[in-house]
Design a protein around this ligand. Structure first.
Ligand code: HEC
Length: 129
């Protein structure tokens, strides 16, 4: 009886988790609107004011070919992961002093998590994982 209960709870928890992540991605897509003036993502994404952001997580700072980074960004020597990205997007100029990304930042942790879930969908070729 006890076993059935925990199995049921686990199933419910898993369902809740996947429902939450689906929602996060669509909220993240709305948050992405703040980036679209300067960045593209997805298949065929091009560099605009800022570099394309395909496959961002695991990418090194300043790694997009053909994009002219500031020396601050290029020399930041950071590999983007969730923690670094969260810190950066709160206040880009604090994390990378001298960056030419003019963006006030997103302060809300939930919004950052949603945006991260949205960005993580795209592999380095812009295909959805
Ligand atoms: C006004 C234009 C602008 C907006 C808006 C903007 N960015 Fe940027 N972003 C840039 C520029 C320009 C750079 C290049 C910085 C440099 O070389 O110093 C950049 C760089 C970056 C980088 C580093 C990329 C790398 O390859 O090292 C990340 C990550 C990033 N932006 C994410 C975002 C996200 C996410 C948003 C939206 C929440 C956003 N940016 C909004 C202009 C912008």
């Amino acid at each position: 009886m006890r076993l059935i209960t925990s199995a049921t709870l686990l199933a419910l928890a898993t369902m809740a988790a996947s429902a939450a992540s689906a929602q996060d991605i669509s909220a993240g897509e709305r948050s992405w609107n703040k980036c679209r003036a300067c960045h593209q993502i997805g298949e065929g994404a091009k560099n605009l004011v800022g570099p394309q952001l395909n496959g961002l997580f695991g990418r090194h700072t300043g790694a997009v070919e053909g994009y002219s980074y500031s020396s601050a960004n290029k020399g930041a020597n950071i590999t983007w992961d969730e923690a670094v990205f969260a810190e950066y997007i709160k206040d880009p100029k604090a994390k990378i002093p001298g960056t030419k990304m003019v963006f006030a930042g997103i302060k809300n942790d939930k919004e950052i998590a949603d945006l991260t879930a949205f960005l993580k969908q795209f592999d380095k070729d812009g295909k959805k994982l």
